[in-house]
Design a protein around this ligand. Structure first.
Ligand code: MF3
Ligand code: CO
Ligand code: CO
Length: 267
């Protein structure tokens, strides 16, 4: 890696602590296994009539049963164990009994587990009742493609900006908005580490991607405007909503960079 770091002089390069040891990667991988199991369990219960507090309860219980800690709980004042973001909620939706799922809703469930101190962060979309409008179905599909295209663009010794560029390009075909106010991030030893992984931007910009780096890609794709807001009357000030209140979709994986490309640690 040192030769490569030298060759990339003048570009942003990762500090040593961002390149995980094999032991650290194994720890994050174990956390990823619990994370995946938790989201699989969520998938089993999603149905019309379920409220999002019940999703939170399940995630809490799953963590307890698997010696994990839900990283969201009490993180910078966040009150729950998981994020549940329905339709026009972009991310950080707070589980609550009043939020009852209806057939055709699209919901993102975003879970971060801590196992033996190692963080893994992943989210998926679910279509409540299995079917929704063709428009929302396409949004969910394209958001997933954006994650996949981002992962393909993340080649060793490429740049973080290559990821955002590829995602933005795919999104443009559909006239969707790529959220700019929130981004992916390094992860593993802490919840949010460097680098910031923007889901838009230019090739060759941002940090050099070096084997051993662990980070998320988590594009938030809006059916309409890329702009988002937080309601001033929201008691917690967490939930992020689309500017035009049209739906939004997001998928997230925790990834480790290898000499051949990224490997998914959360599936
Ligand atoms: N899991 C989210 C992410 O992908 C962060 C949620 S922070 C919380 O980065 F406090 F809202 F839980
Ligand atoms: Co997340
Ligand atoms: Co994340």
């Amino acid at each position: 890696p040192y030769t490569t770091l030298f060759r990339s002089k003048g570009k942003l390069v990762p500090t040593r602590d961002l390149i995980k040891t094999p032991e650290q990667i194994e720890g994050i991988r174990k956390s990823g296994v619990v994370n995946t199991g938790c989201l699989d369990a969520v998938a089993e219960i999603i149905r019309p009539g379920l409220n999002t507090q019940e999703i939170d309860d399940l995630c809490m219980q799953y963590c307890k049963d698997n010696n994990a800690i839900p990283a969201c709980l009490n993180y910078e004042g966040y009150p729950k164990s998981v994020c549940t973001s329905i339709n026009e909620v972009v991310c950080h939706g707070i589980p609550k009994e009043e939020d009852v799922l209806e057939e055709g809703d699209i919901i993102n469930v975003d879970m971060t587990t801590i196992v033996d101190g190692y963080y893994a962060d992943a989210s998926r979309m679910f279509i409540v009742g299995g079917k929704t409008t063709p428009e929302k179905e396409q949004l969910v599909r394209v958001a997933k493609e954006c994650l996949e295209i981002g992962m393909e663009a993340a080649k060793p010794y490429s740049f973080v900006g290559d990821i955002g560029h590829a995602i933005e390009k795919h999104c443009k075909k559909y006239g969707y908005g790529v959220v700019r106010d929130l981004c992916g991030h390094g992860v593993g030893i802490q919840f949010h580490e460097e680098p910031e992984v923007l889901h838009y931007g230019h090739r060759g910009t941002g940090m050099l991607l070096v084997p051993g780096m662990v980070f998320t890609i988590e594009p938030m794709i809006n059916m309409g405007t890329y702009k988002v807001f937080i309601d001033a009357d929201d008691p917690y000030g967490w939930e992020v909503i689309t500017g035009d209140e049209k739906p939004s979709a997001q998928w997230e994986h925790t990834l480790v960079m290898t000499e051949t490309g990224v490997e998914i640690l959360t599936h």
